[in-house]
Design a protein around this ligand. Structure first.
Ligand code: NAD
Length: 483
């Protein structure tokens, strides 16, 4: 990709350039300039929301099956453009090829799933509601909530966008999307495919910019629904802003998730899941299992194997086909992560071991994976979301203690348990305070299975039927029957 300029606003096929400022998008693995993007002005944000409002009456009246056909075309186009979409994620985020490839599969699967829900139709059909009075009939139906503002982060740019766009369009909402200013080329590429698939003008618009643009968009009086993925701090600001207009909100926020290795765990599997949970996407995952709890009887063996596996991880640019971990998204983010590590160490945390950088890392924003042993429960590295390749390991004596430690966080997004005992697995599944619990599996995500957290990890659910419902209002009617 050459350093092209992305327009401030895209409404259907129309591109609006801004007379105001522009910012650069850099490649995370090299720091090189990828593109310029123009930042949307207040007037342009208004224009995008008005276009979405104007397109709403016709779009939400289309038959669900027609919307489904369109979503299916998007899924097919994503598959057809797989290689170029993979390249964008490798270039902008610096993801290793296999991770970028998984992201594209996830996007295609999400559009295909909501296409199928639209085709089946049950999720949209009006249905009778039994009431204990034979002189009346009650019915319920679901209706599009209206114009949705979608605000997404940079860590899985196309994926978090698909999780919002596909159900919103399936529900009959029109949307204005604000990607992260660090990774917007991914969403511009997706927008191109939506256009090719035939999304009517105004149904999806995109505005470029950072926090001020996001804040102006969600505060716009004609927005009915906000779906936000990002930090807990910004999620709280958005909730306050939404209160004024009583806007519906879905918030997918941060996490500080646990991976629990029981005494009966398959050690090799446990190490594999610890690597995937802590260092996929260089640890820049809301679902990072950065608190690893290991039964004391396995602790030393686990640490030994974890160390050799971490030290064998190839941290390299995506141009290196052996790369297993890429860079952090920006120099500023790497400095933030390093400052948190220094703060944790100054407060007593001890580095158990670290990985190494390949010789090819050059001037990208790379950081070697780092493992902290037995930090104090109040240490910032144990307590706060770091959003980088930093894992903390502590030991535990019994299940009750492991559950208590795992649950002693304000967050509640995901958790992983490694155990051979079905009984123990059932106990952890019900007693871990998390939106999604994986037992002996990597972080598998299916569009059929809802995503979302408890407590400080957010409000509402994405994916699954619930993901569709989050873009619908439930309405009822009660009629006098003639019989
Ligand atoms: P962020 O909160 O800084 O920004 C997220 C998005 O919100 C960006 O597009 C940003 O420009 C915009 N934004 C920032 N301030 C805003 C404001 N006041 N009003 C409206 N929009 C605003 O987060 P980030 O640094 O881009 O991403 C990292 C965070 O995202 C982490 O905390 C991570 O856990 C979270 N995340 C959560 C999930 C999930 O599914 N729960 C998934 C991915 C990332």
């Amino acid at each position: 990709m050459s350093a092209c300029t992305f327009p401030a606003v895209r409404i259907g096929t129309e591109s609006l350039n801004s007379l105001e400022h522009k910012t650069a998008v850099h490649a995370a693995a090299s720091g090189e300039l990828v593109a310029w993007q123009q930042i949307a002005s207040a007037a342009q944000i208004d224009q995008a929301v008005l276009a979405a409002r104007a397109a709403l009456p016709e779009w939400h009246m289309t038959a669900p099956a027609l919307r489904g056909a369109l979503l299916q075309r998007v899924a097919a186009l994503v598959e057809a453009q797989r290689e170029s979409l993979v390249q964008i994620q490798m270039q902008v985020n610096g993801k290793p090829r296999f991770e970028a490839n998984c992201d594209v599969s996830d996007v295609a699967a999400c559009f295909a799933y909501y296409a199928e829900l639209c085709r089946e139709g049950d999720a949209f059909a009006s249905a009778p509601v039994p009431v204990p009075d034979t002189s009346v009939a009650a019915r319920r139906r679901y209706e599009a909530v209206g114009v949705a503002a979608l605000v997404v982060p940079w860590n899985f740019p196309m994926v978090t966008t698909a999780w919002k766009l596909a159900p919103a369009l399936a529900a009959g909402c029109t949307v204005v999307l604000k990607p992260s200013e660090l990774t917007s080329p991914a969403e511009h590429a997706l927008f191109e495919l939506l256009n090719q698939a035939g999304v009517p003008a105004g149904v999806v618009s995109l505005v470029n910019g950072g926090a001020p643009v996001g804040a102006a968009l969600v505060a716009h009086p004609m927005i009915d629904k906000i779906s936000f993925t990002g930090s807990t701090a910004v999620g709280k600001q958005i909730m306050r802003s939404a209160a004024d207009g009583l806007k519906r909100t879905t918030l997918e926020l941060g996490g500080k998730s646990a991976l629990i290795v029981r005494e009966d765990a398959d050690l090799e599997l446990a190490v594999q899941l610890a690597i995937g949970g802590a260092f996929t996407n260089a640890g820049q995952m809301c679902s990072a299992t950065s608190r690893i709890l290991v039964h004391h009887s396995l602790y030393d063996r686990f640490m030994k194997d974890f160390q050799s596996t971490v030290q064998a991880l190839i941290v390299a640019p995506p141009s290196d086909p052996t790369s297993a971990m890429g860079p952090l998204i920006s120099d500023a983010h790497r400095s933030r992560v390093q400052a948190l590590v220094e703060q944790g160490i100054a407060a007593g945390a001890e580095v158990a071991f670290s990985g190494q950088l390949a010789g090819t890392v050059g001037s990208g924003h790379f950081m070697a994976p780092l493992v902290i042993a037995a930090p104090d429960e109040h240490n910032i590295l144990w307590r706060d979301e770091i959003f980088g390749p930093v894992a903390c390991v502590r030991s535990f004596d019994n299940d009750a203690q492991a559950l208590a430690i795992a649950n002693s966080t304000a967050y509640g997004l995901v958790a992983t348990v490694v155990t051979e005992s079905e009984e123990a697995a059932a106990k952890y599944e019900t007693q871990l305070r998390a939106g999604l619990v994986w037992i002996n599996t990597p972080q598998l995500i299916f569009p059929q299975v809802c995503w979302g957290g408890l407590g400080a990890s957010g409000i509402g659910r994405e994916l699954g039927l619930q993901g569709l419902r989050s873009y619908q209002e439930l309405r009822h009617a009660v009629h006098l029957t003639t019989g």
